[in-house]
Design a protein around this ligand. Structure first.
Ligand SMILES: [Zn+2]
Length: 434
């Protein structure tokens, strides 16, 4: 298909979804220099204007691009086999940055128009966020820079260590002074011990360390996302008043009640644990561990249903860059898993196209297809509003009016990875994932 390049063009589409409810509209949308400049009912299209190219998308659904609220652009999701992986970020900075940009291109072509990077020790995410800000061939990117973890504990693949409260507060002051840093990422807990099927370590920060850290970030005008799993650590993060709870495996109903009361936002990240379960053999697990993984996922789905029933705000983040989770395919998998857990598809699409961007502070004042909004959209063949798995019918993606043909996202051990510009597989040891 040939696309209008710049200037003014008009889109004709009979299924434009504005994100409000289940209804779509038949619209004629004029785009001028990357911005929506007119929106008319399709039946009221003025007679053809020779200065406008026409883009006939009738038969497709047109909606805003998806957001993945939890990714790591510097991590390579492959290979799955622990013995074949090496540490992320092992090459020089410029090589790693190029690889991160390739992953962002993969995400963009798969309809992910906005990503939030929650930590890398080399701050490749900040350099990438800078480059994506003015480049409409790439998706938009928010980044936390390096996360903070407790020296000697979990987190060296996500950020930098803090020895004590004073170095933790210094790290937050430092991060907040960098205009590229969108939010502060803290790591109050380790990760799930898959072999034992639980979180086996105590939180790495005490409340006396963690609460002042969160308060300082807020004083400096930054929101805080906390990597946490295990009831004790999730509770600690919620009580300290972080803005975003990431993962939250093994959270209790009582803590979910507190999260609802404090109006916190939860990104449950089903995808990375699901990948370990689905590919347990290649990931090096025995059947006993596989059964733990299944039990953990089922309990997490139950927590998700409860959270939704009491009004906890939810976002879709895939932990892309984690083993087996690509930056383009991750959020689709995450949405499918949340749909499988019982969240209605319409809620999920609102989450991924409206609430995620709004709650992370990325939503522009006007949103497609409103007049004055950036012409950021995706075109899907299929009834995606009734089933998020229909995102597999993605045809076109656009940022600032620049349209490109969609590509199937890379997922799992995709044999075609190299053809998408993704370098040969290298990633982190499995114990550092999720
Ligand atoms: Zn993560």
């Amino acid at each position: 298909m040939k696309f209008p390049q710049g200037g003014t063009y008009r889109i004709l589409c009979d299924h434009v979804w504005s994100g409000a409810d289940g209804a779509t509209e038949a619209l004629s949308i004029r785009v001028t220099d990357g911005v929506v400049t007119e929106r008319l009912p399709l039946s009221a299209v003025p007679s053809a204007d020779a200065s406008e190219s026409l883009l006939d998308l009738r038969g497709l659904a047109l909606l805003s691009p998806l957001m993945d609220t939890h990714v790591h652009v510097y991590m390579n999701p492959w290979p799955l086999a622990p013995s074949a992986r090496v540490d992320p970020g092992s090459e020089g900075f410029s090589i790693e940055l190029e690889a991160a940009l390739a992953r962002l291109r993969e995400a963009h072509a798969a309809g992910v128009g906005l990503l939030r990077d929650l930590g890398d020790p080399f701050e490749i995410n900040l350099a990438a966020a800078n480059l994506t800000s003015g480049d409409s061939s790439l998706p938009r990117l928010l980044a936390a820079g390096a996360a903070c973890f407790k020296e000697g504990r979990y987190g060296r693949f996500l950020g930098k260590p803090a020895r004590d409260l004073s170095s933790l507060l210094d790290a937050i002051r430092d991060a907040a002074s960098d205009p590229r840093v969108h939010l502060i990422k803290l790591i109050p807990t380790g990760i799930i011990n898959f072999k034992k099927g639980m979180v086996t370590t105590t939180p790495q920060f005490t409340a006396e360390e963690f609460s002042p850290a969160v308060a300082l970030a807020h004083d400096l005008g930054k929101k805080v996302a906390a990597h946490c799993s295990g009831e004790e650590g999730v509770r600690l993060a919620a009580e300290a008043g972080v803005d975003f709870i990431e993962h939250g495996y093994f959270v209790s109903r009582g803590t979910l009640d507190l999260m609802a009361k404090k109006d916190l936002v939860w990104t449950p990240t089903f995808a990375p644990v699901h990948a370990q379960w689905r590919h347990f053999d290649t990931c090096g697990w025995d059947t006993e561990t596989r059964d733990h993984l299944r039990r953990i996922l089922d309990a997490h789905a139950e927590s998700l249903r409860y959270a939704r029933s009491i009004g906890v705000r939810l976002m879709a983040g895939s932990d892309a860059g984690g083993v087996g989770i690509s930056h383009g395919g991750g959020v689709r998998l995450e949405l499918s898993l949340m749909q499988e857990a019982g969240i209605p598809p319409l809620d999920l699409l609102q989450m991924a196209t409206r609430q995620g961007p709004l709650w992370t502070g990325a939503l522009p004042a006007r949103v497609f297809p409103a007049c004055g909004a950036p012409a950021d959209f995706i075109a899907v063949d299929g009834s995606v509003l009734s089933d998020v798995r229909k995102l597999s019918g993605l045809r076109l993606v656009a940022r600032d009016g620049r349209i490109q043909e969609a590509r199937k996202p890379l997922m799992e051990a995709d044999a075609n990875a190299a053809t998408y510009g993704i370098p040969a597989a290298r990633t982190q040891p499995v114990s550092e994932n999720a």
